[in-house]
Design a protein. Structure first.
Length: 277
């Protein structure tokens, strides 16, 4: 496995694959890798000749362009991530520094995500999806993947990127992999590393509420939200049901639909979602 820290190195590697007629799967990550990332790599390995994983904690998608505790405290362990990726058969890792991706500082030109990036996570984290779309577009330009793989746990991100690829005619296939959950139902997330044992137990309320909503245990979303917000250690941001493609609100009984939740458990903000069909 090769590890590249510069764009020129990665592009030279990509040119070699193109010359050999090999397909390339890209798995964009911010590191702190877990079982969910393993599933993405496994799928990419099945579909492509070559698998590239990017590891880059992107400041543009954090509050105040990274001048915040969430960015500063985001878990970073490139050495551990590289060992993890080598063991699961990745061909190349692209791990640029911030100065490599944004040599002039904060870019003057961004990819704007409009209405889809302003609701839900975008309402709670203004500018977040513009930062995501900008860095993903840069990665697509640098790596030129045949396919790119994202986890369904970040459902709004998947919807935004699919729409961006369609609207901008980007030549890449977007593949969304199902959420990987622990045996107790907690969605795998890099942020779980920041939870104490007690907080991790409290975080189970998110997935349990989603499954209960799917199974008709609540009269409506309002009742489900109230129950979750009353759970010990949980501070609810939102719980809503939307159309999976447009993210527009729909009735809880609508099918197909997507239930999304965001909440703080202790100091950690977690998200989860569940397809209702």
């Amino acid at each position: 496995m090769q590890v590249f820290e510069t764009i020129s190195q990665l592009r030279a590697f990509r040119a070699e694959q193109a010359a050999a007629g090999r397909s390339v799967g890209l798995v964009p990550t911010m590191g702190a890798l877990h079982a969910g990332h393993r599933s993405l790599v496994k799928r990419a390995r099945q579909d492509n000749d070559v698998v590239v994983v990017s590891v880059f904690v992107n400041p543009l998608q954090f509050s105040d362009l990274g001048e915040c505790d969430d960015y500063r405290n985001y878990p970073r362990d490139l050495e551990g991530d590289a060992k993890f990726l080598e063991l699961i058969g990745v061909d190349a890792v692209f791990a640029p520094r911030v100065e490599q991706m944004y040599p002039s500082g904060t870019p003057l030109v961004w990819v704007r995500t409009g209405r889809m990036g302003e609701v839900l996570e975008g309402a709670s984290r203004p500018g977040h999806f513009d930062g995501v779309a900008t860095v993903v577009t840069k990665l697509f330009t640098i790596v030129q993947p045949t396919r790119a793989y994202f986890g369904q746990k970040d459902a709004q991100q998947v919807a935004v990127i699919r729409r961006m690829v369609a609207d901008l005619d980007l030549p890449v296939e977007i593949v969304a992999a199902p959420i990987v959950r622990a045996a107790d139902g907690l969605a795998e997330s890099s942020r779980n590393q920041r939870l104490s044992t007690k907080e991790r137990d409290q975080a189970l309320a998110l997935s349990r509420t989603l499954f209960a909503l799917r199974d008709g245990a609540f009269a409506d979303v309002t009742q489900a939200a109230a129950a979750l917000d009353a759970s010990e250690g949980v501070k609810l941001d939102y719980l809503t049901v939307v159309d999976p493609k447009t993210l527009e609100p729909v009735a809880a009984a609508a099918r197909p639909a997507l239930a999304l939740v965001a909440a703080f458990v202790g100091p950690v903000r977690l998200i989860d979602n569940l397809l209702l069909d």
